[in-house]
Design a protein around this ligand. Structure first.
Ligand code: OAD
Length: 277
């Protein structure tokens, strides 16, 4: 069993901090495990994962929305409620801190919750959209509405598009849909151009996001993974594996990078005492 609260072994943490400290360009890619300690469930956790409790074919496809818009919109209303109640944690804040310590840092996320932006990260590429943004189901154009979360976990009719009257849908990527071309294009460029890729909290199952670590590595980057347990990526695309949660390992890692940046070496007291916030 992975230790949900555990931290990575020190030699790997030291090695990872050294790579980050020497890097010019860092790419951080994040999945649902990044948001777990903010209270947002992952997709594939055995007991609490969303896809172990709900059927994605009934909730996250165009056909599902066409057949039963109230079921799909009700489910996204429920998830938007969770996202709005969530706050970024120490791991999100550590990435903001890391950005200030290195020349270039970008984040490519599969998450639709906006937590990196709320924490203050400057350059975030959203591969799977954003749950609090909306578009027209019929014509795909953006719908700029502030749609409140309603207190219900059941069925809920979607609002109508003010331009054409078609139902409004969340601006997220559903199964069978292509990723936004600009986002996946930029993610590929960042993967090919980075010196170090940090891969945080993803099972590495869903493509094209799951292909980014191998792309970065084949272009010469060092790939460092942070996860509570090994993923599909660990054996084939990862150089250093740091076991533990995003909310514990990232702050510890960034403290070490800070210690090295101050010239004190990874274990000096000057690097201790902040959670990276
Ligand atoms: P998954 O739910 O598949 O995987 C979550 C990963 O996070 C697992 O590898 C866990 O071991 C790890 N994990 C859990 N808690 C963690 C923590 N506190 N710290 C670090 N790691 C932790 O989520 P994703 O890989 O993000 O797509 O899923 C990819 C895509 O599948 C999602 O974006 C979504 C889903 O279907 C769409 O909706 C298009």
């Amino acid at each position: 069993m992975p230790d949900e609260a555990g931290t990575a072994a020190t030699p790997e943490l030291d090695a990872a901090a050294g790579h980050l400290q020497r890097a010019h360009s860092i790419l951080v890619t994040t999945g649902a495990g990044m948001s777990r300690e903010s209270g947002i469930p992952t997709f594939r956790g055995a007991r609490e994962g969303l896809w172990s409790r709900f059927d994605p074919t009934q909730l996250a496809t165009r056909d599902a929305f066409r057949e039963d818009p109230a079921r799909v919109w009700g489910w996204y209303n429920y998830r938007r409620g969770m996202v709005r109640a969530a706050q970024p944690h120490a791991g999100h804040r550590s990435l903001v801190r890391l950005e200030s310590l290195v020349p270039e840092l970008s984040i490519v996320t599969q998450n639709v919750d906006g937590l990196h932006q709320r924490a203050g990260s400057a350059d975030v590429v959203e591969l799977h959209g954003n749950i609090d943004r909306f578009k027209c189901f019929a014509r795909d154009h953006p719908v700029d509405l502030d749609i409140p979360v309603v207190e219900t976990t059941g069925l809920l009719d979607p609002p109508s598009c003010p331009e054409c009257g078609s139902p409004v849908r969340p601006d997220v990527v559903w199964y069978g849909e292509p990723l936004p071309a600009e986002s996946i294009g930029r993610a590929g460029d960042l993967a090919r151009g980075c010196d170090v890729m940090l891969v945080v909290g993803t099972s590495g199952i869903v493509y094209p996001a799951a292909g980014l670590p191998a792309l970065a590595r084949s272009a010469g980057a060092t790939v460092i993974e942070i996860n509570t347990t090994t993923s599909e990526l660990t054996a084939r695309a990862v150089d250093l594996f740091l076991q533990g949660t995003a909310g514990t390992v990232l702050p510890a890692l960034v403290r070490k990078v800070e210690g090295e940046a101050r010239g004190g070496g990874p274990d000096t007291p000057s690097g201790q005492g902040s959670d990276g916030a």
